[in-house]
Ligand binder design. Structure first.
Ligand code: C2E
Ligand code: MG
Ligand code: MG
Length: 740
């Protein structure tokens, strides 16, 4: 039989109620029995006390009668009439059963008597029988169906011995006890058990019988039989059952209601929903569990989703994919209402797997955290960032102005593709960005995500690492050149060029040298961030031809320039510094274009030296010997050891622009710059401040004793053709001070 939960709970409550009722009945039965036993004991003790009291009273009365009679018998005046008095006394005292005054002669035989008929026969008496009575004594005896209480003693007389014997019938006890206890008693004689007093109408079947002995301590002449009506179980049961049943039934109803609202009803609703969900998901089987299993599956699925949603990415602390997708859907809904635009950016960070193999997962986690921090810092409050899986991050950016989006995404790109410091070592990561914009690239989250992924695939296969979705985009679209192919081609064609940014002496405003900075325009005339190009060249063994191209172009520029002793600064890549043949290569170009070594300033970053100091120092020392001037670039961002600085043929320190740019308003930066200048001067080095954008910074640096400055305030990087003009004007300090 199948029980549903409602029927089951009714049976349960009914069972509980019945059990409670039976328990109550049983306890009542035990209680009544124990009470009856206790009552019987108390009752017996009380009655026995009453009987003893009554006997005591009778004894005292009999004694008082005895003394009265002996006093009269001994009085000389009354002695004459004593027999007459006795007779009269009988008449008035029915309680006295007999009074005998017996006289004995010298031989001890009775000579005269006065007694009530039926009394002891004096002729059968002898004086010796009363020896004990010479002192008045009290005794009891039984004659036929009578019980007597007797008192006897000598009465003083001359010449003869007289004994007074007063007897009283215990029959009076019956009346007295009846009056005292309010019970009606009947008397019966029993030859064996003596005189019996029974209660009228005694029902021995149901009553508890109490038997009390009557008589003196040494002679019991009868028994008193009384009944005690016990407490009746049924009577008590009948009296209480209605109340008990009312209480139990009320409690049962309350319990049922409680169960119904707090357990059964919610369970029924849940079961109903589960069944409903299950019906739409799965066909029910015939077995017993078919009803429950699909419901459990639904619950499990919900639980899994909740669990996933509750979790953030444990490594970076960023939101995970589930939450991000939720935000994306929300944003699209919002976009539909308020015509807002959003960009979905999917970022594939490359290079982590290699680090995991070489350095272990911990380093990768630290790097991932740094990537996440960089992303968070470069985002605005309205933007969202999440880590999807291993190397995949996603951004949701609100697009305020479409033309600013490129700049924003590039800025974010540079926050990812930059040098990372982990435990004093520098690491570099690569990244690809795929971007899709709502609503033009997709009307819903799925579509947008699909299109951003397509753009990402294209980014991974094309020359520019940031790609926006195009209508022609397809996952299989691999058209165009790969980055490597493009760069190789660019080196050979005119897509690459050098621009020159002057480094100016703060005292004389003379141009110390021109830093050559690489520029690359892709076939579509997009400018590609140069640091990314360098990094790609490094990763794809293209740095050597690239550096060769830079040296050749720079040397050609110097040789073609009409400015005397013009100097050019060249940035070197880390890979270049590990090439033992670098000095020879440079020598080739110097000779080919007849450039003096002093006209070349080599810029290297701190990190480059620290990566493998031994090898790098050797190459740098060689360059120093050749007569090239060395400058430490981006000083302050890495961890250059002063020992190396002393060992190297370095001439200049370039304070990194991150300290210089805002130093006019940032006291911390000022402190760093001032300390760096002092340090450099202690080491006999010239100081160049890069990133000088304002006159205030320029003045502050002059006041601090900085030697040279470089920055937009003085000049932006110049095209080769503009350099001559620069030299014509820059030599005048007042012009420099006014800004260009
Ligand atoms: P860097 O050597 O520290 O060059 C200075 C960078 O700061 C240049 O960016 C320059 O345009 C920029 N800059 C100069 N003055 C200011 C200013 O006042 N404000 C601001 N905001 N920026 C200023 P660029 O040309 O994008 O170069 C970036 C980095 O790429 C360079 O940093 C250098 O490390 C590397 N690089 C550039 N050209 C070459 C090259 O030919 N070979 C190698 N190996 N690396 C190069
Ligand atoms: Mg530089
Ligand atoms: Mg720099």
């Amino acid at each position: 039989m199948k029980l549903n939960i409602s029927t089951f709970s009714i049976f349960l409550v009914a069972g509980l109620t019945l059990t409670m009722f039976l328990l109550w009945s049983l306890s009542l039965l035990v209680l009544v029995d124990r009470q009856n036993q206790q009552n019987a004991v108390t009752y017996r003790q009380n009655l026995h006390g009453q009987v003893l009291q009554l006997q005591q009273k009778q004894r005292l009365w009999l004694q008082s009668q005895y003394y009265l009679l002996t006093t009269l018998a001994e009085s000389p005046s009354e002695r004459q009439n004593f027999q007459g008095f006795l007779w009269d006394y009988y008449q008035r005292n029915p309680s006295i059963w007999a009074v005998n005054l017996v006289e004995f002669d010298e031989r001890g035989n009775p000579v005269s008597r006065s007694s009530k008929p039926g009394c002891l026969q004096p002729d059968q008496m002898h004086r010796d029988d009363f020896d004990d009575y010479l002192v008045p004594g009290i005794a009891s005896c039984r004659i036929d169906d009578k019980a007597l209480l007797e008192i006897a003693g000598p009465v003083a007389s001359e010449g003869s011995t007289r004994v007074l014997l007063v007897s009283m019938d215990y029959f009076d006890f019956l009346n007295e006890f009846s009056a005292l206890s309010g019970r009606r008693l009947q008397r019966a004689a029993d030859s064996e058990r003596g005189i019996q007093y029974h209660e009228f109408g005694l029902n021995l079947g149901s009553a508890t019988q109490v038997t009390i002995p009557i008589g003196e301590t040494d002679w019991v002449f009868g028994e008193l039989h009384l009944s005690l009506q016990p407490i009746s179980f049924w009577e008590l049961f009948e009296r209480q059952v209605a109340i008990v049943l009312t209480i139990l039934v009320t409690a049962a109803i309350l319990l049922l209601l409680l169960l119904h609202f707090n357990l059964i009803k919610p369970l029924l609703v849940l079961a109903d929903r589960m069944r409903h969900a299950a019906n739409s998901q799965q066909q029910a089987g015939d077995d017993d569990q078919a009803e429950v299993r699909p419901g459990l599956q639904v619950m499990q699925d919900h639980f899994d989703i909740l669990q996933k949603m509750a979790k953030r990415d444990p490594v970076t602390g960023l939101n995970n994919r589930v939450i991000f997708e939720d935000r994306l859907s929300q944003a699209i809904r919002e976009g539909k209402r308020s015509a807002r635009r959003y960009a979905l950016v999917i970022i594939d960070v490359r290079g982590l797997d290699d680090f995991a193999v070489q350095r272990g997962q911990y380093i990768v986690d630290v790097l991932l955290r740094q990537v996440a921090d960089g992303l968070k810092e470069s985002l605005r409050e309205s933007d969202h960032v999440a880590r999807f899986e291993r190397n995949l991050f996603a951004l949701l950016l609100e697009v305020q102005q479409r033309d600013q989006l490129n700049t924003l995404v590039e800025k974010i790109y540079l926050s990812v593709v930059r040098p990372y410091q982990v435990f004093g070592r520098e690491f570099e990561l690569n990244a690809y960005f795929g971007v899709a914009i709502y609503p033009e690239h997709g009307a819903d989250a799925d579509n947008l995500y699909q299109h951003a992924s397509h753009a990402l695939v294209r980014a991974e296969h094309s020359e520019w690492p940031i790609q926006f979705f195009r209508d022609a985009d397809d996952v299989t679209d691999t058209s165009g050149f790969t980055m490597i192919q493009s760069l190789r081609r660019a080196i050979e064609s005119d897509e690459l060029k050098l621009v020159f940014q002057p480094v100016v002496d703060l005292e004389t405003y003379a141009t110390v040298y021109l830093e050559a900075l690489l520029r690359w325009k892709d076939p579509e005339k997009h400018e590609i961030p140069i640091e990314h190009t360098i990094r790609l060249a490094e990763q794809n063994h293209l740095i050597k031809p690239l550096t060769n191209w830079i040296f050749e172009t720079a040397c050609r520029f110097v040789s073609e320039s009409e400015i005397e002793d013009i100097a050019v600064g060249i940035n070197l890549s880390m890979i270049d510094l590990h090439d033992r043949h670098l000095p020879e290569r440079i020598e080739t170009y110097l000779q080919r274009y007849r450039v003096k070594p002093a006209q070349i300033v080599i810029e290297i970053t701190e990190g480059q030296i620290m990566q493998d100091p031994g090898e790098v120092i050797e190459v740098l020392a060689h360059l120093g010997v050749m007569g090239l001037s060395l400058s430490i670039d981006d000083f302050g961002t890495g961890q250059a050891s002063l020992t190396y600085l002393k060992e190297l043929p370095v001439e200049k320190l370039k304070i990194d622009q991150s300290f210089v740019r805002d130093m006019a308003t940032n006291p911390d930066d000022q402190l760093i710059v001032r300390a760096t200048i002092e340090l450099a001067h202690t080491l006999d080095l010239k100081v160049v401040a890069e990133g000088v954008e304002t006159l205030a910074t320029c003045d502050l640096l002059a006041e601090m004793g900085c030697d040279h400055v470089q920055g937009y305030y003085l000049s932006r990087p110049l095209e080769a053709e503009q350099v001559a003009t620069w030299f014509e004007t820059s030599v005048k300090p007042d012009l420099a001070r006014k800004g260009k």
